[in-house]
Design a protein around this ligand. Structure first.
Ligand code: ADP
Ligand code: MG
Length: 635
């Protein structure tokens, strides 16, 4: 077979890799310890992949080898020779072609992203973040003057090969001798990195960065990582610091998680879980986790790296591990999916996560508020898409309300504050806190001190059809035409002074004028029983379908046909009384129609459904002209 052996060959690194190496080789980073974490993480990946391969493949080279990682200091008689260390694993190894591709020529979008990030962050945390960009291997050049990777694939007829580079612009590939499966990385340390040729130091780094790698890591003869999975321990034996470290190793997220859920149960299924709710929705760029899903283990052996079936899709921001002894060892993903056992597991896991969110929401509002700001929309999405979760999500919702415009309130807060005899939860839809606070719909609520939920998120209209009631109390939009409210306490004070009362005849005349001016843009014009400080409002006819969704259609710029609404006039408002008198005295005054049009347009804006508010500007200008010229003529 010797004549088949490919001859040694030199390659150039891709341009981005070359730049990356330049940065790594020529700068001295204080956190260069992490090169070891990156190489161990690659070794651990290779071992995991070998494990999966062995579940379905009988043709594995060196099948009996222990799945482990070794880190050794290379002994050298010559004190002055450069120091060397070697990292070995019995993972799935690489063929010659894979060495070339994986460690040098593959198109590296990650390298580009990494370079950008390093430039933006002034390069100070390059080592810390490199693993997030899928180029972690190259971090070895922070400490190495030469790296020699010798690998033998698990494929029975692949020959061993070696990859060598000094971290300049090229690498070299040649045939090699390696009797066993896996990868060995010989690192010749730069003089300024000689400190790494020290077992104590290597142990320290492994403890800090790789303690929970699920394969044994030996330094010399002794195992350096504790390996025993944290989630299989008794929660009372685990220190907060351990959880944090585990979370960082698992996710590469260096912020503390919002919640850590460590729980065990034996019935109805055996399960141990260690799950984390992150504080940020955005994962670190190319974070450790490449797909949604938690890690699924049975008896400490990973059977699925990303199991998406244990949590509903909307909860896929949760990271962590689920381990169940009831799952058979040696199962493939297909056999695990859709079993009764999985459904039970999923129910337990999801219940536990939602319970924890509820606990934080109730007991730790200072933590929950930022969580809500970050993930609130995901919960709303859950409410709309996951009928099963409705009851559990409702208590997690938060709103600004007319009672707490700057703080957030829960539906429970609202219900507790409901006035005696109040049977309905009221909400107003709007585009912003500003606009709903000035909504004419709120007039009667203000005078009756009735609380109104402010639904000001663009997603809220999607939610209202699902959110139709809470704890037996129906939710109603304040623009509901049939809304009847309890008598206001100061009902007497609400009666306008007799002198201001508009005679029915004048009022009806104005109503008629509105109808002819607005035509079929409104279904009806009528007096309002509820308005106080505002001249008009638009209410929705009872039978109008999907009216909360109209706001969305407008936002999406879908073919939006303006919904027809009822225009209500406030008989006691000066604009209305003035206008009615004007209709009586000078019916041909141009200002009458202009004002009616403007009142109608303003109401549409207020509702958040005006198709094109800037179209009002010429009319406003016209009105201002009339108003100012009038101002001059009256001394
Ligand atoms: P990442 O691990 O994010 O893919 P790296 O730069 O750390 O990026 O590694 C590049 C690739 O090299 C890996 O995806 C893998 O295919 C290969 N590789 C690195 N180390 C090993 C190893 N010890 N065993 C097998 N393959 C390896
Ligand atoms: Mg890696």
């Amino acid at each position: 077979m010797t004549n088949d052996t490919p001859s040694p060959q030199d390659f150039r690194f891709k341009a981005e890799i070359k730049q990356l190496l330049d940065i790594l080789v020529h700068s001295l980073y204080k956190e260069r310890d992490i090169f070891l974490r990156e190489l161990i993480s690659n070794a651990s990946d290779a071992l995991t992949r070998l494990h999966f391969e062995s579940l379905t493949n009988n043709e594995i080279f060196d099948a009996g080898a222990e799945l482990a990682i070794h880190v050794d200091v290379v002994k050298n008689e010559d004190e002055n020779a450069p120091k060397q260390i070697v990292i070995r694993d019995s993972g799935l190894g690489m063929t010659r072609e894979e060495l070339i591709e994986n460690l040098g020529t593959i198109a590296q979008s990650g390298a580009k992203a990494f370079l950008q990030q390093v430039k933006a962050a002034n390069a100070s945390n390059a080592g810390e973040i490199i693993g997030q960009f899928g180029v972690g291997f190259y971090s070895v050049f922070m400490v190495a003057s030469e790296v020699r990777v010798v690998s033998r694939s698990y494929k029975p007829d692949a020959a061993a090969a070696a990859w060598v580079s000094t971290g300049d612009d090229s690498f070299h590939v040649e045939a090699a001798d390696k009797p066993n499966r896996g990868t060995e990385i010989f690192i010749t340390l730069r003089p300024d990195a000689a400190e790494y040729a020290n077992e104590w130091k290597l142990n320290q780094i492994i403890k800090t960065h790789s303690d929970y790698v699920s394969f044994p890591i030996y330094v010399g003869e002794k195992q350096a990582n504790q390996q025993e999975s944290l989630w299989r321990k008794n929660p009372s034996e685990v220190a907060a610091e351990d959880y944090k470290k585990f979370y960082q190793q698992l996710t590469m997220d260096f912020a503390d998680p919002l919640a850590t859920i460590h729980a065990t149960a034996d019935a109805p299924v055996n399960v141990r879980m260690l799950l984390f709710v992150p504080t940020k929705r955005e994962k670190p760029i190319l974070a450790a986790r490449k797909e949604p899903g938690v890690k699924l283990y049975t008896r400490n052996v990973m059977i699925q790296e990303y199991c998406p079936d244990l949590l509903p899709k909307w909860l896929d921001f949760v990271d962590g591990v689920v381990d169940s002894e009831d799952l058979p060892l040696n199962v493939s993903r297909e056999t695990v999916q859709n079993t009764r056992l999985m459904r039970q597991l999923a129910k337990t896991v999801r219940g536990r996560v939602l319970r924890e969110l509820k606990r934080v929401a109730e007991k730790e509002p200072e933590k929950y508020t930022p969580f809500w700001n970050e993930f609130g929309r995901i919960l709303k999405e859950g409410l709309v898409t996951d009928m099963e979760a409705k009851e559990e999500i409702l208590p997690l919702l938060r709103f600004h309300t007319s009672h707490t415009p700057t703080d957030l309130a829960s539906l429970d807060n609202y219900v507790e504050r409901m006035a005696e005899g109040q049977e309905v939860i009221y909400y107003v839809l709007g585009d912003s806190l500003e606009s709903v606070q000035h909504s004419p719909h709120l007039d009667p609520f203000k005078s009756r001190k009735l609380e109104v939920l402010y639904l000001i998120d663009p997603l809220d209209p999607f939610m209202t059809p699902v959110l139709n009631e809470y704890k037996g109390k129906p939710l109603k939009n304040v623009d509901d035409a049939e809304l009847t409210l309890p008598e206001s306490e100061d009902a007497a004070a609400e009666e306008p002074p007799a002198a201001d009362t508009l005679p029915d005849k004048l009022f009806n005349q104005l109503v008629g004028r509105c109808v002819t001016t607005l035509g079929d843009r409104v279904t009806e014009v009528r007096p309002s029983k509820l308005l106080k400080g505002s001249p008009v409002r638009l209410v929705s006819p009872e039978n109008e379908a999907n009216r909360d969704m109209q706001r969305i259609y407008r936002l999406l710029d879908k073919e939006f046909t303006l919904p027809k609404k009822i225009l209500e006039l406030n008989r006691t408002h000066p604009i209305i009384t003035n206008l009615a008198r004007l209709v009586e005295d000078t019916p041909s005054a141009p200002i009458i129609n202009l004002t009616i049009e403007q009142l109608f347009d303003s109401a549409l804006v207020q509702e958040g459904i005006h198709p094109n508010p800037t179209a009002m500007l010429p009319r406003i200008q016209h009105l201002l002209e009339l108003a100012t010229s009038n101002g001059q003529s009256t001394p």
